[in-house]
Design a protein around this ligand. Structure first.
Ligand code: CA
Ligand code: CA
Ligand code: CA
Ligand code: ZN
Ligand code: ZN
Length: 471
């Protein structure tokens, strides 16, 4: 039984020797002095808010793995044998808006997705990982305990095929927070606890490393929360790496910090422009990507250059190299997308190329990028043509060939992809897009194809004044 909280287990142990051994195990797990007897430090450690999955287990396989590796992570005997893991939200908490909880689940799963070949798909039927917020007795063998102490628990993948395997339960007697600055008793950061529980859902036991996400105790809110090297090694020991990538989160941070320190932000307005040759290249060819920037300007990208649209869509000047204006961004982009400010989320620009995407806030690339589209935008294919937020229904659309992927920022793909004729843009006079964007500057959605660009009337009917040529 994986679910018995350790203190209950201790109560149940009848033999004095077994109790001593259990206490010694607990002390080892928490890096306490190993005495085999209860003392103040041990008691305090047992009372701290924590995960309800038990630390001590006699799983021979995992113990052996740990000895061989000499590492703090501990693996379950079983793992999932498919790479697309499904999840479902069975019951929400009222502590946070549903949209925020949805987005937090995606974010927590993405930590594991980023470093493994796994991807995660939301479904509305019983899933690998069924997620619910519940109180006290909730139908399994691990009733919750009211505010504090046990915060959540999850079930390991198992070979018994029982539907509960993989499921993650959260104690709704806790107050779940988006951040962690509120000084309310028994309030905990949801992202951190979810990431930990999903680690169990995928087959990780508690880690002995206190810095690990898989450490059994709740760690106070950390705005820079992410997987620790030990978590990455643990999950990769089960599932392998993503694309044979060897980057650990720690290496990524160091590299990004260095880049950020030496960064000299260049804005198109301040710096000198390269007109002539480079500009001509933009005039006679198709665009790779267009987007509104977080500054409200309209940007176009082609090959190794970008430019800023001026007073109208066909007067683009101030051409510059992508490497000078958007540090870290590759040439020959597939698409770009701006998600505007929403609730407490900042406006962000996303760039797409091949299987990767890049997130920018202003002109600065966020740490840890590029990431895989299959993690950050589950259900969206690689090598897309364009992406935009539709002004008419406020939905995000990804376009590849004649297929449109309707996407919700917090939940992901909202329905299977459809051909253009089944979308609100069916009157668009082209089936092949190079780039598309909603310009906050011109308050219009523009579709680019070859040397032409299009727009629809406000009721989305065909506009006979288009196409026009990109000048
Ligand atoms: Ca399940
Ligand atoms: Ca509790
Ligand atoms: Ca494109
Ligand atoms: Zn746990
Ligand atoms: Zn439960």
């Amino acid at each position: 039984n994986y679910l018995t909280p350790s203190h209950d287990m201790l109560d149940d142990v009848e033999s004095g020797i077994a109790l001593e051994k259990a206490i010694a195990n607990f002390q080892e797990m928490f890096n306490l002095e190993i005495t085999g007897e209860m003392n103040e430090a041990t008691e305090a450690a047992m009372e701290m808010p924590r995960c309800g999955v038990q630390d001590m287990h006699d799983d021979r396989v995992s113990i052996t793995m740990r000895r061989i590796n000499q590492l703090p992570y501990v693996l379950n005997k079983y793992k999932w044998h498919h790479n697309v893991i499904t999840y479902r939200v069975v019951k929400y908490t009222n502590d946070l808006p549903k949209k925020f909880i949805d987005a937090t689940i995606v974010k927590a799963l993405n930590f594991w997705c980023d470093v493994t070949p796994l991807s995660f798909k939301r479904v509305d039927v019983p899933a690998d990982i069924d997620i619910k917020f519940v109180v006290k007795d909730h139908g399994d063998s691990g009733p919750f305990d009211g505010p504090g102490h046990t915060l959540a628990h999850a079930y390991f993948p198992n070979d018994d095929n029982k539907p509960i395997r993989g499921d993650a339960h959260f104690d709704d007697d806790e107050l779940w927070l988006a951040g962690g600055r509120k000084k309310v008793r028994h309030s905990y950061n949801l992202l951190q606890v979810m990431t930990h529980e999903f680690g169990h859902s995928l087959g990780l036991h508690h880690s002995k490393s206190s810095k690990s996400v898989m450490a059994p105790h709740y760690v106070p809110f950390n705005p820079r929360f992410k997987l620790f090297a030990d978590d990455v090694l643990g999950i990769q020991a089960l599932y392998g790496k993503r694309d044979g990538k060897t980057t650990t989160p720690r290496e990524t941070t160091e590299r990004t910090t260095r880049e950020t320190t030496s960064e000299r932000t260049t804005t198109p307005v301040e710096s000198s422009t390269t007109e002539g040759g480079a500009f001509d290249k933009c005039r006679d060819g198709k665009l790779d990507a267009v987007t509104t920037g977080t500054d409200g300007h309209s940007y176009g990208f082609r090959g190794s250059y970008y430019f800023v649209f001026q007073e109208s869509i066909n007067s683009a000047v101030k051409t510059q190299s992508i490497s000078s204006g958007w540090r870290g961004l590759p040439n020959d982009l597939d698409a770009a997308l701006m998600w505007p400010r929403e609730n407490n989320k900042k406006a962000r620009v996303y760039f797409f190329k091949g299987s990767k995407y890049y997130r920018f806030e202003g002109r600065r690339m966020a740490a840890g990028y590029p990431r895989d589209i299959s993690c950050g935008f589950p259900g969206i294919p690689n090598n897309i043509d364009g992406a935009f937020v539709s002004k008419s229904d406020h939905k995000t659309y990804f376009v590849k060939g004649n297929m449109y992927y309707e996407y919700e920022r917090s939940r992901g793909l909202s329905r299977p992809p459809v051909r253009k004729e089944y979308t609100p843009f069916r009157h668009l006079q082209t089936d092949r897009l190079d780039a598309v964007f909603y310009s906050t500057q011109y308050k219009q959605t523009y579709f680019f194809s070859g040397k032409n660009y299009y727009r629809l009337n406000s009721d989305l009917s065909a506009n006979s004044k288009y196409p026009r040529a990109i000048s």
